[in-house]
Each structure stands twice: as structure tokens, then as C-alpha cells.
Design a protein around this ligand. Structure first.
Ligand SMILES: NC(=O)c1ccc[n+]([C@@H]2O[C@H](COP(=O)([O-])OP(=O)(O)OC[C@H]3O[C@@H](n4cnc5c(N)ncnc54)[C@H](O)[C@@H]3O)[C@@H](O)[C@H]2O)c1
Length: 271
């Protein structure tokens, strides 16, 4: 390993189980010399296996519902106390659509579910940055990253209202990132990741077909969770200090493809 995060302090949201992208980020951050706290919603702490990860990485687990300003405030206060100072990096790896969970179609959602979904998946990012910014809890040249998906820009019908939530999330990264950069020299970016087999991912209808299609379209193939973790670590490191307000595609090239020869073969002879 490269000691890329030596001496850095962080907060990692969203490690539910070992499939979670946030789990891989925590493992890589630990390998690169960081110390951090882990957090998830109280119910996820009961259902998941985060304590194993905490043991492995020497991290403390602090419960927080990412929609609650009180929980976030407590999380950030406690993290600074446990870690012994201000924060250098934060990962927001949170997404949930109640409409998807309950099988509601995009054209006829339950709007209370819609509201809950955008609060969890997008506004929570604003709330986290609000507390970090107003408490001046981040060190200069710190880095905040949220995970997103390309359905924010292109149509993926079964992604349902998560597409709208991701568009909202990416906009918050730019808008809040401006103030965070101008006032505290903190960078804010989103990583737009390939479809990845996790608990959240597999909630999307037809996810297997979705993954296989993306694999065949991408010149480098789909990016794995561990590769996403590597990319995230680079954004937390001092090697990317002037990268901010960006939505960064980490998808093996998928986002710039029109058609690939592999996919064309399914529609007739291409020779
Ligand atoms: N898996 C994919 O295909 C894929 C692709 C692109 C982007 N992403 C994004 O990556 C991020 C992580 O998802 P994942 O695929 O690792 O799945 P995951 O299910 O392991 O992670 C989602 C996390 O969100 C947490 N969460 C839900 N409600 C919460 C709340 N109220 N407060 C705090 N935490 C809450 C869950 O407990 C869980 O840990 C999400 O933003 C997801 O949209 C996933």
C-alpha cells in the first residue's frame, strides 16, 4: 500500500455488509493509514454486520439516521472527539427508494415515499455538509465524496425515482461544493459508479440483465466495488486537491459509449 491517507481522519457512511461499496472503502482507507468512524442508520446496524468491519479497521461505530440533523450533529461531534481533531474525508454512500422497495411504478408513486426517498438519498448529503460546514469540522484540503449513478443523466426505466434522487444529489454536490471550496478549501465530488452487486443494487428490477448489459457495453468492463474504493481513496488523498464540483464517471467507459460490437452481435451478424 502507499500510505495515501496517513494521518487522515474520516467518517464513512453506509457500510451495511461486506458487499457494500462503503465497506470496501473502509478497508482500503484503513490499509492506507487513515483512522475513521463508521456510521449507519440504527436499523441497518441491527440487520447488517458493521461490527465485524469496525473490529477489523479499529473504527468506532456511531449510529445516525442520515435524515436527522440531531443524529448528524452528534455523529460529527463524537467523531471529532474520538479521532482527536477535525475531519479530512467523508464518504456518503447512502441510497434508498421506498417506491422501489414497495414496488410502486415510476408513473404512479406514493409521494410520501418519494419524499422519504429523496430525503435519504439526496437531502441527507446537504444535511451532512451543513453540519460539517457550520461547525467548521473539516480540515483545509479535506474531501467529501458521495456515490451516484448515471441514471441521473440518462434513462434507465427500472431505476425509478432513484434517478431523480441522484440528479438532486449531484446538484447538491456542485452547489454546496462551491461554498465549501470558497470558504474552507474543502472539495466535494460525486463518483458515478458502474452497477455493482450490493444490497441496494440488487433492489433494482432486472439487475442481473442490467449488469451484464453494462459489462458488454464498457470497453474496460464494469468497475467493481473494490475498484470504486480505490478511486475513492485517490479522491481522499492529497493527489487530487484541485478536483472539485465534479461528477466523475467510474464505469469502464460505459457513459461515453453508443454501441459496442459485443452488444451489436445480439441484433444480427456484424461481420
Ligand atoms: N450498487 C450499485 O449498482 C450502485 C451503482 C452506483 C451507485 N451506487 C450508490 O452507492 C451507494 C452505496 O450503495 P451500495 O450499492 O453499496 O449498497 P448498500 O445497500 O450496501 O448501501 C446503502 C446504504 O444506505 C444506508 N442507508 C439507508 N437509509 C439510511 C439512512 N436513513 N441513514 C443512514 N444510512 C442509510 C443503508 O443502511 C446502506 O448501508 C448508494 O448511494 C448507491 O445508490 C450503487
Amino acid at each position: 500500500m502507499y500510505n495515501l491517507l496517513k494521518g487522515k481522519k474520516g467518517i464513512i457512511f453506509g457500510a451495511l455488509n461486506e458487499d457494500s461499496i462503503a465497506w470496501k472503502v473502509a478497508e482500503r482507507a484503513h490499509e492506507e493509514g487513515a483512522i475513521f468512524t463508521l456510521t449507519n442508520a440504527p436499523i441497518a446496524l441491527r440487520m447488517g454486520t458493521i461490527n465485524e468491519l469496525a473490529k477489523k479497521t479499529g473504527a468506532t461505530v456511531i449510529p445516525a439516521d442520515a435524515t436527522s440533523m440531531d443524529d448528524i450533529t452528534n455523529l460529527i461531534d463524537q467523531s471529532m472527539e474520538i479521532l482527536g481533531g477535525k475531519i479530512d474525508f467523508v464518504l456518503h454512500s447512502i441510497g434508498m427508494s421506498v417506491n422501489v422497495r414497495k414496488g410502486k411504478h415510476y408513473t404512479d408513486p406514493n409521494y410520501d415515499f418519494t419524499t422519504k426517498g429523496w430525503d435519504i438519498s439526496a437531502v441527507s448529503f446537504h444535511k451532512v455538509m451543513n453540519v460539517l460546514y457550520n461547525k467548521k469540522a473539516m480540515n483545509e484540503w479535506g474531501s467529501v465524496v458521495a456515490l451516484t449513478y448515471m441514471a441521473a443523466q440518462r434513462v434507465f426505466p427500472d431505476y425509478n425515482d432513484m434517478a431523480d434522487n441522484k440528479a438532486y444529489l449531484e446538484s447538491i454536490a456542485r452547489s454546496f461544493g462551491y461554498f465549501f471550496g470558497r470558504d474552507h478549501k474543502v472539495r466535494v465530488n460525486t463518483i458515478s459508479q458502474s452497477p455493482t452487486m450490493t444490497t441496494a443494487g440488487s433492489g433494482v428490477k432486472g439487475f442481473d440483465a442490467f449488469i451484464n448489459y453494462a459489462e458488454e457495453m464498457s470497453p474496460l468492463g464494469n468497475a467493481s466495488a473494490i475498484e470504486c474504493a480505490d478511486y475513492t481513496i485517490s479522491l481522499f488523498s492529497d493527489l487530487t486537491k484541485k478536483v472539485t464540483l465534479q461528477n466523475l464517471f467510474h464505469d469502464g467507459g460505459f457513459s461515453n459509449m453508443g454501441i459496442s460490437t459485443k452488444v451489436m452481435r445480439n441484433f444480427g451478424d456484424t461481420e
